[in-house]
Design a protein around this ligand. Structure first.
Ligand SMILES: [Fe+2]
Length: 141
């Protein structure tokens, strides 16, 4: 497969950057949308996930800078004003975490052969896969 140009890599990384910022925003909303006693179950996890996901965005932003570019961010997030149970919030989280994982796996296929970038993407995949596994475990489905 032909190597991606730096510009192509940056646009892929911008996509990942946007996914992470979107996910952080969604976690922030989920942490506010869970009602009643269920808050005791998931609020801490959801708030930690906001911070963790912002950290992921920071790492991607840093990678983009190291390639001599500035991250471009374009997001549109719509979160409905509906109360959620802990389980429903985790199911939502699982959906967008799986999408993020898929995004990195797709990126890995594209950067094949560029060892430093491959390693970078692999480490992101490991972190995302860990998060997905954690949510699945909490859902115990
Ligand atoms: Fe992430």
């Amino acid at each position: 497969m032909a190597r991606l140009t730096t510009q192509e890599i940056v646009s892929e990384l911008n996509r990942a950057f946007a996914e992470e910022v979107e996910a952080a925003t969604r976690y922030l909303h989920l942490a506010s949308a869970v009602r009643g006693m269920d808050r005791l179950l998931v609020e801490k996890f959801l708030r930690e996930s906001v911070n963790e996901t912002i950290q992921h965005a920071e790492v991607i932003g840093q990678k983009i800078r190291s390639l001599g570019h500035v991250p471009q961010l374009e997001i549109r997030v719509v979160c409905p004003a509906e109360p959620l149970t802990a389980r429903a919030a985790l199911r939502h989280a699982l959906t967008f975490e799986e999408a993020a994982l898929e995004c990195y796996q797709d990126l890995l296929r594209k950067v094949e052969g560029d060892v430093p970038l491959e390693e970078f993407v692999r480490s992101q995949i490991a972190v995302e896969a860990e998060h997905v596994a954690q949510i699945r475990e909490l859902l115990a489905e």
